[in-house]
Design a binder for this molecule. Structure first.
Ligand code: F6R
Length: 241
């Protein structure tokens, strides 16, 4: 694991966007795995700026998002479809057909998970996967569990995750209780992984991810087994390491 400690969120966002930008410059038809949540917002902002400056081209880039809420329409401002559009896609020249996000509205959800996995494979796998981390150590929506869930699947969200995400909704009650998420194996198959951690509330999860034992109770700890992981950690998130 390569650890990059940064002093604040701005530096985290800048470094993360530079890593993504170099991936895109070195391989203009890269397949990029993307995350949502509050942590990568600054990275997306910086990427949009690089695009506007003429330094980046998304024309041949394909993307796969980690997850999406179950039964939340893509037009819903709380959906990850909406988030991605607002924060990145509508500002750059990515082709709509190259954007992939799990469809939580599909009737046959098992088939949707299967379709998603096959599409990642058909595109040659993910070159660089961006991850955030939950307070409970989740990556994507792979919640603490007794086993690692391998492939894209439907998830029952943890109380802690619902509570953390309720800040984006009107109340705890209306936060979806299920989501579709890439599995741990899907994530681990990415050639490179970039994990971003910001804020004191991530300090324990980051400690367990880097220094703890590898256990499905801290899903991110499995990253210790990946050959090419970079973690950008802001000062407060690094307090325990
Ligand atoms: C989002 C995702 C989640 C978030 C995590 C951290 O697509 O997969 O694992 O990365 O919940 O969220 P923030 O960044 O809001 O603290």
């Amino acid at each position: 694991m390569k650890l990059i400690r940064v002093k604040d969120y701005e530096e985290l966002s800048k470094k993360a966007s530079n890593i993504l930008a170099s991936q895109i410059i070195l391989k203009p038809n890269s397949v990029i795995g993307l995350a949502t949540g509050s942590t990568p917002v600054g990275m997306y902002r910086a990427l949009v700026q690089l695009y506007k400056n003429g330094d980046l081209d998304f024309n041949d880039i394909k993307t796969f998002n980690l997850d999406e809420y179950y039964e939340l329409n893509s037009a819903n401002p709380q959906s990850y479809h909406y988030y991605m559009n607002e924060n990145l896609f509508k500002h750059v020249n990515i082709k709509e057909r190259n954007i992939n996000i799990p469809n939580g509205m599909r009737k046959d959800i098992i088939e949707e998970c299967d379709r998603y996995e096959k599409k990642i494979e058909a595109c040659g796998g993910i070159d660089l996967q961006v991850l955030g981390i939950g307070r409970n150590g989740h990556v994507g929506f792979n919640e603490p569990d007794i086993k690692f869930e391998a492939r894209t699947h439907i998830v029952e969200l943890d109380h802690d995750t619902i509570e953390a995400n309720s800040r984006f909704f009107e109340s705890y009650e209306v936060v979806p209780k299920q989501a579709i998420s890439m599995g741990i194996k899907t994530i681990m198959h990415a050639r490179k992984i970039l994990l971003l951690a910001n804020g004191m509330e991530k300090a324990e999860a980051i400690y367990c991810t880097i220094k703890g034992k590898i256990t499905p109770e801290v899903p991110a700890s499995v990253l210790q087994l990946h050959p090419d992981v970079t973690i950008i950690i802001e000062e407060k998130a690094a307090l325990m390491i």
